[in-house]
Write a protein that binds this ligand. Structure first.
Ligand code: GLN
Length: 475
């Protein structure tokens, strides 16, 4: 069985002929088959991946022609369009829908010779924190199969956790990459808003959505980020700032100015063991020469409500396109007019959580409630952004827990939406502010589960975030 350490090491092994792309792909396919019960994959592109590996192997003796991701086996979340492949957002409403173009991120992976091995399970339309809201059923956490992998990119996290691919892509609207990475003991990063084009990403809440990356180390993540980030004529929200070679800027041993919000560590929902581990870790950072200082942040209790008002509003608008006419599923029940067709299709096609959010979003946008909810939440978002700018004027990075608890058990929160939402306390902040965040798998809880710590940088300062992270994860 192929054991992956890093992309540069893979390249060396391919160069000296110790391995071929086909060997590696077969090894991953075996692993996927043996871990089928985890339900991480919705579809495995078995024959196609092998065929691609064979073609890549033909470039075997001409390393100059190898793309940056030559032979890198990648899984993608079921919200990314891969031409001629099904994409469904783990929803009934996209049943039978096939993507008709490549998302920019996918195109860039392919252009650099990556092998896309399959599409990965998630919460329906990326709405959830446990992967319990998928039409394809739940995904199991390898560390303890009675526990959730996190969400919404649960399949993407488990695919990397269980060695079913080297790297995977997810999407992060309010934590869907960082939180499952935390629950599964791997690295998960969401770059700043605008860093990666969202062209071909099925939208949930467009002013929050970002594509994110899962990996087992910072180097791989940095290499993939350099490939997929950067200007795109198909996404006007994508920044035209130059994309650094992130991997070349790691392990600088630079000392950083780090801020933390005492309110985040004092929050009653935070597991005491998580609190203690992070406080001890911050002490160690100080000993290692970093500056670590408290900064007051009084908005913590407002961020989850603001996030759920704004994202449901945007979702209600984004998801109105699934009407039974243009994409995927259409009711087969008798309908007498167009309105009935819409209603029946949407009632049958969407799951419970998505319907809840469409209704909530429609409510907060409705005349009479708009000012009290939507406009208010926008004001909260503005205050948070201003505060964040002030923090980054003085500090390089912000430290926070990734989640208040380790991975919980299936069913533990699924009947209480508010409790589930409150678990997003620490992750939604970065999306509200548009900044970058990463979860670093540094700790183990006495309950046996891994957990991480979250580090955030200003937009387009991902190089600092990754450099600091490479130092923090050094054994
Ligand atoms: N758990 C959050 C939500 O349900 C985040 C989801 C995400 O980032 N896609 O909205």
């Amino acid at each position: 069985m192929y054991v992956h350490h890093s992309i540069p090491e893979l390249r060396r092994k391919l160069l000296c002929g110790e391995l071929s792309c086909k060997d590696i792909t077969s090894s991953y396919l075996d692993q996927i088959a043996s871990k089928h019960h985890l339900n991480a994959f919705i579809e495995v592109f078995e024959e196609e991946a092998l065929e691609r590996a064979k073609i890549l192997d033909q470039k075997n003796n001409d390393p100059n022609s190898w793309g940056k991701l030559y032979g890198v086996v990648i899984g993608i979340k079921d919200v990314l369009c891969y031409n001629n492949h099904h994409v469904g957002a783990a929803s009934g409403i996209l049943k039978g829908y096939t993507a008709i173009y490549n998302a920019t991120a996918i195109q860039r992976l392919l252009d650099e010779d990556a092998i896309i091995i399959g599409n990965l399970n998630c919460d329906e339309f990326a709405m959830g924190s446990s992967n319990e809201n998928s039409v394809h059923g739940r995904v199991l956490n390898v560390q303890d199969e009675s526990r959730v992998p996190g969400g919404s990119s649960g399949g993407s996290a488990v695919a990397v956790q269980a060695n079913m691919c080297m790297v995977s892509l997810g999407s992060d609207t309010g934590g869907s990459v960082r939180q499952p990475a935390d629950f599964c003991g791997i690295v998960g990063m969401k770059p700043g808003y605008g860093r990666i084009s969202r062209y071909g990403l099925l939208a949930y809440a467009s002013s929050f959505d970002q594509i994110g990356i899962f990996s087992k180390n910072i180097e791989d993540l940095s290499i993939v980020l350099s490939v997929i980030a950067g200007q795109d004529e198909f996404d006007s929200t994508c920044s035209d700032a130059p994309v650094p070679d992130y991997a070349a800027q790691l392990n600088t041993a630079r000392q950083y100015r780090l801020a933390y919000f005492p309110q985040s560590l004092e929050h009653p929902s935070l597991d005491p063991e998580i609190r203690k581990s992070i406080i001890d870790w911050m002490e160690m950072l100080k000993k290692n020469g970093h500056t670590v200082e408290p900064v007051d942040f009084n908005y913590l209790d407002h961020i989850v409500p603001a996030y759920y008002v704004l994202t449901t509003a945007e979702a209600s608008s984004n998801l109105s396109r699934y009407d039974g006419i243009k994409f995927g599923y259409r009711t087969s029940n008798q309908t007498n007019n167009l309105n009935e067709l819409y209603k029946k299709t949407r009632s049958e096609g969407f799951g419970k959580e998505v319907k809840r959010r469409i209704m909530l979003g429609t409510f907060v946008l409705s005349t009479g409630y708009y000012d009290a909810y939507y406009a208010k939440a926008q004001q909260v978002r503005r205050l948070i952004a201003e505060k964040t700018n002030a923090v980054f004027a003085e500090y390089d990075l912000i430290l926070m827990p990734t989640t208040p608890s380790t991975a919980f058990r299936f069913g533990e929160k699924s009947n209480d939406a508010v409790e589930m939402f409150l678990g997003d306390l620490y992750t939604v902040y970065a999306n509200l502010a548009g900044i970058a965040g990463i979860s670093l798998p540094l700790f183990k809880h006495s309950n046996g589960m891994p957990f991480g710590v979250q580090v955030m940088s200003d937009r387009l300062q991902e190089n600092k975030l990754l450099d600091f992270s490479s130092g923090a994860l050094k054994p």
